[in-house]
Every structure is written in C-alpha cells, then in structure tokens.
Ligand binder design. Structure first.
Ligand code: NDP
Length: 291
C-alpha cells in the first residue's frame, strides 16, 4: 500500500506558484476571502487559506461580515469585489447561514474571479471540457493528486460516493473527460443508491465524498483499489486537546492494507483544496493581464 501524501504534493504546487509570483514584476495576485459568521470549521479553513496565500507571496483580503448579513448586503459586497481591479479571485466560504441562498451567491461572483469554481459558467465549462474556466478546488485537487501519483483513469471504473455540487458531481465530470489522465468509466452513488457495496467493490478508483465518518469499510473495497477519501468529519475524542479528532469517510485502518494507494485524513485531499484555490487565483491574475 502506498500513501498518497497530499501535504507533499500541495507543497510542490505551492513552490511552483511562489516561484512564478516572485518572478513577476508589479502587483501580486490578490484573493478576497469572505467568511460569514463564526462557524468553527470555516474559521480554520479561511485561516489556512490566508496563511498559504501569504506563503506563496499572494495577497489575501479577509472580509468577515456578521452572520446576520442579508442576502442583498452580501450581493452588494460581492458586486464591489467583482468591480475592484485589485482583486483577482473571490472566495465565499461555504456553508453560508440558512437565510442565504448559497447557489445564488456562487452565481453572483463574476465567472472570471470565481476561483472556487462554483459559478454556473465555470461548472458548465467543466461539462464542456473547456479549460479556460476555473475547476472547483476539491475536485481539481483530487485529479491532481491522482495525476501526480501516476494513476491514469483510462479503462478504470471510477466510483464516486456523493453527488454534491462542490465535490461529487464535478469530480465525476472531470474523471469522465476525454483527455489524458482521465477518460474513466464513472459511476456516481448517493443516498438513493441500492446495493451500494456492489458498486464500491467494483471500483478500481473509489472517491468517497459523503460526510459520514468511516463509512467505507474493508468489505466494501476491491483489493488493489485506489481510494481517495475526501471526507473531513469531526468525531468526539476526549484524548485530544480540542475534544475531537478528524476522520475521513473511509475506515482507514481496515481499508488501507487492501489498497494499492490511499489518501490519509488529514493530509490527503484537504491540503490540495487550498493549493488548487491558489492555483486558480494565480490563473485569474495571469488572465487579467497583470503581467
Ligand atoms: P454534502 O453533504 O453536500 O453531500 C454528501 C453527498 O453524499 C450527497 O450526495 C449524499 O446523497 C451522499 N450521501 C450521504 N450519505 C450517504 C450514504 N449513506 N450513502 C450514499 N451516499 C450518501 O457533502 P460535500 O460533498 O460537501 O462533502 C462531503 C465530505 O467531504 C464531507 O465530509 C466534507 O467535510 C468533505 N469535504 C472535504 C473537502 C476537502 O477539502 N477535503 C472539501 C469539501 C468537502 P444525496 O445527494 O442523496 O443527499
């Protein structure tokens, strides 16, 4: 079994971006990070994005509206960032409070600044295999992990657990694309799927993104499979200072010995999501003719 080290691969990508930014004269790439309210997971994700942006020499502008912000006020904030020539990328951290329509917010971000890749235009470009758009960060990170680990999806059965707009659907579309490294035969499973283990056991590459702690067990995995665990779940653990530990959607201990390759949690897909966000921000910056 080989561990796919997301920290290592993400660090290599960050180093490439840092070198590109350092070599460019003039204004550095700038990402606006909008976090509404104080959701603890969002607080830590935005901090990590801010820190990694600084490490590669990009500028981040963190905007922290209160949880009571109205949808109209959030739209006005996004409009002002869309119009701001010094901002290359905009990320509105999910989840948003219940009174705000999250998809409407994603649509409000200008497609050319939508470094999160959730705008309708950019999701459409993934379906059209148009590389001028921005691919959503977690799905892009999964594809990059596979590519840099030497996993070619051509001729493989790729089973995606979960059909969210953020992970499941776009990663399935990417795996399906008719291009080098992809070209997989893709099955998407969800909460309405009957006989789920029949599908998971036939997967050459299993991508688990359901948000259920340690759901995928050894009996659900084909020996020799590649397993990508997207899940980040907090479960109570009194032995930790925080009172919780992070586990994936895969029961790592029992599944790992069976696999050809597997991502750990933490340290697998998570760091790649941040790396892809910065890669998209640099792409937006380049695209705006700054250099
Ligand atoms: P969502 O809750 O939006 O979607 C979950 C999907 O899983 C849904 O399609 C749901 O089906 C399906 N599902 C839920 N339970 C089951 C089940 N028992 N059997 C089969 N399918 C099921 O989650 P996200 O896609 O946003 O996130 C998934 C996980 O990935 C979470 O743990 C999240 O924290 C993590 N994540 C990690 C990221 C990273 O950077 N590593 C980034 C984003 C997410 P249905 O559609 O029928 O409801």
């Amino acid at each position: 079994m080989e561990l796919i080290d997301g920290n290592h691969i993400a660090a290599a990508i960050a180093a490439e971006l840092k070198a590109e930014i350092a070599a460019a004269p003039g204004r550095k790439p700038c990402i606006a990070l909008v976090r509404v309210g104080e959701d603890p997971a969002s607080v830590s994700y935005v901090k990590k994005k801010e820190k990694t942006a600084a490490e590669i020499g990009a500028v981040s502008r963190v905007i922290l509206p209160p949880v009571t912000i109205s949808q109209a006020e959030l739209f006005a904030l996004i409009d002002s960032l869309n119009a701001d020539a010094t901002v290359d990328g905009i990320l509105v951290q999910s989840p948003l409070p219940k009174h705000i329509d999250e998809v409407a917010v994603f649509r409000r971000v200008a497609p050319e600044k939508d470094v999160d890749g959730f705008n309708t235009v950019n999701l459409g470009k993934v379906a059209q295999e148009d590389e001028t758009g921005f691919v959503a960060c977690t799905p892009a990170g999964i594809m990059e992990l596979l590519r840099r680990s030497g996993v070619d999806l051509k001729g493989k059965h790729v089973v995606v657990l979960g059909r969210s707009l953020i992970v499941g659907k776009p990663v399935a579309l990417l795996a399906l694309q008719k291009r080098a490294g992809a070209n997989g035969t893709v099955t998407i499973c969800h909460s309405g799927t009957a006989n789920l283990p029949v599908f998971t056991r036939s997967a050459d590459v299993l991508i688990a993104a359901i948000g259920r702690p340690e759901f995928v067990t050894a009996d659900m995995v084909k020996p020799g499979a590649v397993v990508i665990d997207v899940g980040i779940n907090r479960v109570a653990d009194a032995s930790k200072k925080t009172g919780y530990k992070l586990v994936g959607d895969v029961h790592f201990e029992s599944v790992a010995p069976l696999c050809a390759k597997i991502t750990p949690v933490p340290g697998g897909v998570g760091p790649m999501t941040v790396a892809m966000l910065l890669q998209n921000t640099v792409k937006a910056w380049r695209g705006r003719g700054v250099r």
